[in-house]
Design a binder for this molecule. Structure first.
Ligand code: AMP
Ligand code: MG
Length: 284
């Protein structure tokens, strides 16, 4: 199944998240059944990241957005399970610091975008400024409503500079969120993830859905598409995101960089060094 075609947000069509089933699993019966395919894409992503790093002429930015407990942290762990830490990083967007709040809303995002050869994952992102900010009325509508166009321009700028951008909305049901909140309560190792605001934010679910539906449609572009990933099944969410990333990286036509030295010359130096070493060893 081609998840890029399946889950991409069409900017010309009204998006109704309620019509997308968060439980679907692309025809796979179980985690076990999907594992070989998941492994295949993770392995391929790792190979392509190595090429991206070696070549250092393009970069990749992955944006993760979702309601609480939808699995953003899990996707980060999954995507990076195969990649070399060198050349990759994650940035989590929290409430803006004083310095961040004193600048335009794209300032902090821009500073964290990938340099050439790098893969960066945004765990939350500049989209919070049309999501939580809108839902809580932190700025007036006259301000947030202009941000979609500013975001599209910003992402276009990054694209023109050699950055591929992929954006995932992890889609879970309210029932699944509640189940995960329960696991956080029951499992001492997960207690730390509980936040005071979990339940009050949950009450705002419809407002968040409305904000997401508008944001995703207005900012899903050819250069920076949004994908709505059914995420009730963690393994399917991992499969779909890694397939989409691996196939997008295939399109980047990543190749090993050209050799910067004269190999014949270096080979001669090697043989001379090896002969000298042998001589020293013989004497020793
Ligand atoms: P977490 O992802 O659980 O670590 O929580 C981060 C919190 O920071 C979430 O509640 C976000 O909604 C909040 N946050 C992120 N960006 C912004 C922003 N621009 N304005 C206000 N709150 C934000
Ligand atoms: Mg949270």
């Amino acid at each position: 199944m081609d998840y890029r075609k399946e889950f991409v947000v069409n900017p010309r069509k009204k998006l109704k998240l309620a019509r997308i089933d968060p439980v679907q699993s692309g025809g796979h019966a179980s985690n076990e059944a999907a594992q070989p395919e998941i492994t295949k894409y993770v392995t391929r992503m790792a190979e392509l990241q190595a090429l991206l790093y070696a070549n250092a002429d393009q970069s990749l930015l992955v944006v993760l957005q979702a309601l609480d407990a939808a699995g953003k942290d899990g996707v980060v762990r999954h995507l990076f399970s195969g990649m070399n830490p060198q050349g990759t990083s994650v940035f989590g967007f929290k409430q803006p610091s004083a310095a961040e709040a004193a600048h335009d809303f794209l300032w902090r995002a821009h500073q964290r975008t990938p340099g050439k050869g790098e893969v960066v994952v945004f765990n939350r992102s500049h989209y919070e400024d049309v999501l939580v900010v809108r839902v809580h009325g932190l700025v007036p509508e006259s301000v947030w409503s202009k941000r979609y166009a500013l975001i599209n321009d910003f992402e276009k700028l990054l694209t023109e500079n050699g950055t591929r951008i992929l954006k995932f909305f992890l889609h879970i049901s309210p029932e699944e969120q509640l189940e995960r909140f329960k696991q956080r309560l029951d499992d001492p190792a997960r207690n730390w993830k509980i936040s005071e605001s979990d339940y009050s934010e949950r009450e705002l679910w419809p407002q968040y859905v409305e904000a997401y539906e508008e944001a995703l449609v207005k900012t899903s572009t050819a250069h920076a598409p949004w994908y709505v990933i059914p995420a009730n099944h963690k393994w399917f969410r991992n499969l779909a995101t890694s397939q989409i990333i691996a196939e997008t990286m295939e399109e980047m036509k990543l190749k090993l960089p050209p050799t910067r030295v004269d190999l014949e010359d270096v080979r001669r130096k090697y043989h001379a060094a090896a002969a000298a070493q042998e001589k020293r060893n013989g004497k020793g």
